[in-house]
Design a protein around this ligand. Structure first.
Ligand SMILES: NC(=O)c1ccc[n+]([C@@H]2O[C@H](COP(=O)([O-])OP(=O)(O)OC[C@H]3O[C@@H](n4cnc5c(N)ncnc54)[C@H](OP(=O)(O)O)[C@@H]3O)[C@@H](O)[C@H]2O)c1
Length: 304
């Protein structure tokens, strides 16, 4: 039986530690603070941001939610970021993506002070991460490393294969695994004989954005599978492709009309030594890591 790497309990452990750190800092007059900027009314973004603000409240961080209208201009957004950069009670600035198409996302992300870039998207932090210097790292890949470490999965000397090379997940995940002394291979849509490569993985990280893409024949028996993918499926045909005969999911599908599936086919998990489920795996770590990143930013900015 493959071991399930439970994102909920690991996230709770990290939040507990962060909460303790926030209490200790607050007692010294430093209350870490996060500004969350949410433009427009994308339903999923609203839920993510609400959860982030709620986590701040739970752990004792200061938070401020800023909600410019969909019609906001890049210039207005740049002014807002400049104001947040200069406010001392704000340690982290989070700009929820996606932004409306006419807002220049790159210009905006580059305008966030690297010291407050708790998502780790600023080129300065990307460069620092690559150079092995202290950096604020993207939260989802940082969560992947926490899951592996806290579950006692050896990384050093293992072959880690990351499928996906996005700036948000794939590339930073590969870099963080490299810093943990894994031998890292990065795959993408132009990779030839993908299954040949993924079958060599001791640790397989799937960050593709395609439901159930990693099938059993692409997995080495006993491998650790980290499924970063979050895909919503809402047709009976897709449901049956992944979850036929799964009574619990069937009930959820009947209730909600959709269910989540990762980038790994559920049958592939049966071959794994350990794996992160979807939901209940990597996704739960992202907010915990954002809280940790905000506290880290608060300390780094003050030389602590
Ligand atoms: N909190 C969380 O848990 C969290 C956070 C972020 C993202 N996610 C999820 O993680 C997944 C990936 O997100 P992302 O932002 O990294 O996606 P993305 O920017 O769309 O990148 C997808 C990557 O997958 C690669 N890819 C696509 N089709 C492929 C194929 N047929 N074979 C091999 N590689 C292929 C792409 O290759 P090319 O570069 O060649 O196009 C690209 O590098 C999504 O399901 C997303 O919802 C979860």
């Amino acid at each position: 039986m493959a071991r399930i790497l439970d994102g909920a309990s690991i996230a709770a452990e990290i939040k507990r530690e962060v909460g303790e750190e926030v209490r200790a800092l607050t007692a010294r007059g430093i209350r870490p603070g996060l500004a969350a900027v949410l433009v427009g009314s994308v339903a999923a973004s609203q839920i993510y941001v609400r959860n982030k603000v709620q986590a701040c409240a739970e752990l004792g961080l200061f938070s401020e939610l800023i909600t410019p209208p969909e019609t906001v201009t890049t210039e207005d957004m740049l002014d807002m970021v400049a104001a947040l950069n200069s406010r001392d009670e704000i340690d982290g600035i989070l700009i929820q993506l996606p932004l409306p198409p006419k807002v220049e996302a790159k210009a905006l992300l580059d305008a966030v002070s690297p010291a407050k870039d708790v998502d780790g998207f600023h080129p300065i932090n990307v460069g620092r991460l690559q150079a092995g210097r202290p950096a604020l790292a993207p939260c989802t890949p940082a969560g992947v490393i926490e899951i592996l470490k806290r579950s006692g999965i050896p990384i050093a000397g293992r072959h880690a294969v990351v499928v996906g090379r996005s700036d948000i997940v794939g590339k930073p995940a590969a870099m963080l695994l490299l810093h943990q002394n894994a031998t890292v291979t990065i795959c993408h849509s132009k990779t030839q004989d993908l299954g040949e490569v993924t079958r060599q993985a001791d640790i397989l990280v799937a960050a593709i954005g395609r439901p159930g893409f990693i099938t059993p024949e692409m997995v080495k028996p006993g491998a650790t599978i980290i499924d970063v993918g979050i895909n919503r499926i809402d047709t009976r045909e897709e449901f049956d492709r992944f979850f036929a005969g799964d009574a619990k999911r069937e009930a959820a599908f009947a209730r909600r009309g959709s269910v989540l599936v990762g980038d790994v086919h559920p049958k592939a998990f049966e071959l794994a030594g350990a794996y992160t489920p979807v939901p209940g795996g990597v996704g739960l770590l992202t907010i915990a890591m954002l809280m940790a990143s905000t506290v880290r930013a608060a300390k780094m900015r003050r030389g602590l």
